[in-house]
Design a protein around this ligand. Structure first.
Ligand code: FES
Ligand SMILES: [Fe+2]
Length: 443
């Protein structure tokens, strides 16, 4: 695996311990959300206010299902990844029975962090402070000099690591810190049942990480998500537009004349893709549920331009070994997005996942991970620089846009302007965010 690091900025986490979120403060913050005019972005303070950032963490990030990574990042027993959500750190780990579990990254002795790396592998989880040792199932196995139960010591069964809810959704891993997670993910016929068949052909359980890039955007996490939900700005992504149809998200009657040739190619490619999917039994219809549910998501399989296979210069595959048992590279992409923090492109030759994680009111970590077949050989089946080029450049372009927007919305001159038709998903995201915050505030 190659680990790439772009702009590995070390951002000091803000100490949130002193932030007051009593009723008066909370009412002030919810008042900021109420000040939003429907059909327009949020008021500037919603992207800059330090107390609202802390409330975002408590009411949303610490209660919703949050994307952590994929099964391909923890393929073997003992493999783990960590996710930081404000002051809370979570370990997602594959245990010795091959089950993926999640734990709070806090020792049950005197509280030290157990692991500090974004990813790694352990036999057991051993605290570096006084060497309390936990199994991969979280049970306390060994605590030097701790009095045994027979001599009046504490019951080790009561000193297991604190667990965190974790779910696999078609190979993607979501965690939830709430005592009782939102139910719409697990419900029969719910999100897991709907999403998994779209991702199944891409077989993330037989994939490996080819590259991972951490990029810190200089903007609030909501600006990162909003920027991702429209292609109104895609003229700024020349590499992406080699294969990405610029009329994404537009209805036929919304396509401007200059984009009509691309839109006609798009329609023809969609016809071809439908035939391929019918033959193979792959679902491809759009499911769009971005406003109402707690686990709000959108998924579809959509055509790509050119050869229609991958994010390369001409649309041809970037990895010779296709994923899973896929026998046809011209599969376009499964595009999946879930709020608050993930978007994914699943292609015949690779999958790329994006996790947005809040770091500070004006800092968001975007973690991009490229996944290829576990048997694909770097340098033979794929070249990492070629594989990652489009999204490395696109992410950097997006980071610049988010940074400029953060600066602008912090300026007192900012007044939220109207969305265009093509920004419907941005509107949906903001509407969902305001509704979730209000609902969680009342619980
Ligand atoms: S704090 Fe972990 S062993 Fe003491
Ligand atoms: Fe973009």
């Amino acid at each position: 695996m190659t680990t790439l690091t772009t702009a590995p900025e070390r951002t000091t986490r803000r100490d949130l311990s002193g932030v007051r979120t009593g009723d008066a403060s909370r009412d002030r913050l919810l008042g900021l959300l109420d000040a939003r005019t429907p059909g327009r972005p949020l008021p500037g303070a919603c992207y800059t206010d330090a107390d609202l950032f802390e409330l975002d963490l408590r009411l949303l990030w610490h209660r919703q299902w949050v994307f952590a990574g994929s099964v391909a990042e923890v393929p073997e027993a003992g493999d783990y990844l960590t996710v930081e959500l404000g002051v809370i750190s979570v370990i997602v780990l594959r245990d010795d029975d091959e089950q993926v579990r999640a734990f709070r990254n806090v020792c049950r002795h005197r509280g030290s962090r157990l692991v500090t790396e974004p990813r790694g592998a352990v036999g057991n989880l051993v605290c570096g402070y006084h060497h309390w040792t936990y199994g991969t199932d979280g049970r306390l196995l060994h605590a030097p000099q701790l009095a045994p139960v027979a001599e009046g010591g504490p019951d080790p069964a009561c000193l297991s690591l604190r667990t965190v809810h974790v779910r696999e959704v078609g190979g993607l891993l979501f965690i939830c810190l709430a005592h009782e997670p939102p139910e719409d993910l697990d419900a029969p016929g719910g999100a897991i049942d709907t999403i998994a068949p779209y991702l199944a052909p891409h077989a993330l359980d037989r994939a490996k990480v080819a590259a991972q890039v951490d990029l810190v955007e200089h903007g609030n996490w909501k600006l990162t998500m909003e920027n991702n939900r429209e292609c109104y700005h895609c003229d700024g992504h020349p590499e992406l537009l080699r294969t990405f149809f610029p009329t994404w998200g537009l209805r036929d009657d919304q396509v401007p004349p200059r984009l009509m040739p691309a839109h006609q190619r798009y329609k023809a490619a969609e016809e071809d893709l439908s035939a391929v999917c019918r033959t193979r039994g792959y679902p491809r219809d759009l499911v769009d549920d971005l406003v109402e549910p707690a686990f709000a998501y959108r998924i579809a399989r959509e055509a790509l331009d050119g050869a229609g296979e991958s994010f390369s210069r001409d649309g041809s595959r970037l990895v010779q070994r296709l994923l899973g048992d896929i026998d046809e590279a011209r599969l376009g992409r499964v595009t999946f997005h879930a709020q608050p923090n993930v978007w994914v492109h699943a292609l015949g030759d690779h999958v790329v996942t994006f996790a947005a994680l809040p770091v500070a009111p004006d800092r968001t970590l975007v973690r991009t991970t490229w996944l290829v077949h576990a048997d694909a050989v770097e340098g033979v089946d794929y070249d990492v620089d070629e594989l990652t080029e489009v999204w490395r450049r696109t992410n950097e372009q997006d980071a610049a846009l988010v940074g400029l927007t953060q600066a602008g919305v912090a300026d007192p001159a900012y007044v939220p302007g109207p969305y265009t038709d093509g920004e419907r998903q941005v509107d949906d995201f903001v509407t969902w965010y305001v509704a979730r915050m209000r609902e969680e505030a009342l619980r």
